[in-house]
Write a protein that binds this ligand. Structure first.
Ligand code: GAR
Length: 208
């Protein structure tokens, strides 16, 4: 928390950063008691870093190290160090395409959340909108969840449904899911910032 009682967010992303823009915008408009303290990426030229820097928010590229799907030990320590230095209360994954486990989760227990572009537990993993389209479901959506040791398996905080329309392409469906993400993520972070989230095993209860 900062001196004004705002939750300090550390946003991690690998892509264009539209969810970051939605969250930062909601913070700036005073819609939730939080502020983005730092944005970090494993991709040097990721749009999310440029968008953060453009808003005067600290933006750091930290190389992921020698693995393809996770951070190596040195990189993990660098991410933890930068988040601690920025006095981050909540780590917000916004299209961060590397798996975080072990020491990272121990450093921020129950303090790492992710947004996933499907109604989990359906379609975990990559290109969830494409998985939904290929499967032929009539509804999909997005999920905000705590990050645990598995891939997209953590306790679910909030979900929003999105219809799959006749004639949808992977791109049109992903765009519709992203619109829902931009609404849902600020709402879920507001619940966290207001201390209204209680975790009971796999169930997340929202207090009034
Ligand atoms: C979002 O749709 C997010 O749900 C997805 O990456 C996109 C990032 O977009 N994340 C995953 O697929 C994680 N498994 P953004 O950079 O515009 O926020």
């Amino acid at each position: 928390m900062n001196r004004t009682g705002k939750l300090r967010l550390g946003v991690l992303g690998s892509g264009k950063g539209s969810n970051f823009v939605a969250v930062a915008g909601a913070c700036a408009r005073g819609e939730l008691p939080a502020e983005v303290a730092i944005v970090m990426s494993d991709v040097a030229d990721a749009g999310i870093l440029a968008r953060a820097a453009g808003q005067g928010i600290a933006a750091r590229f930290i190389p992921p190290g020698k693995f393809r799907t996770k951070l190596d030990e040195e990189a993990e320590a660098a991410y933890i160090g930068a988040l601690r230095e920025a006095r981050v209360d909540l780590v917000v994954l916004a299209g961060f395409m590397r798996i975080l486990k072990g020491d990272f989760l121990k450093a921020f227990p129950q303090r790492v959340i992710n947004i996933h572009p499907s109604l989990l537990p359906s379609f975990p993993g990559l290109e969830a909108w494409k998985q939904a389209l290929d499967y032929g479901v009539k509804f999909t959506g997005c999920t905000v969840h705590f990050v645990d040791q598995g891939v997209d398996t953590g306790a679910i905080i909030a979900q929003q449904t999105v219809p799959v329309l006749d004639g949808d392409t992977a791109e049109s469906l992903h765009a519709r899911i992203q619109q829902a993400e931009h609404q849902l993520y600020p709402v879920a972070i507001r619940l966290m910032a207001e201390g209204r989230i209680e975790v009971r095993g796999r169930s997340v209860v929202t207090r009034a």
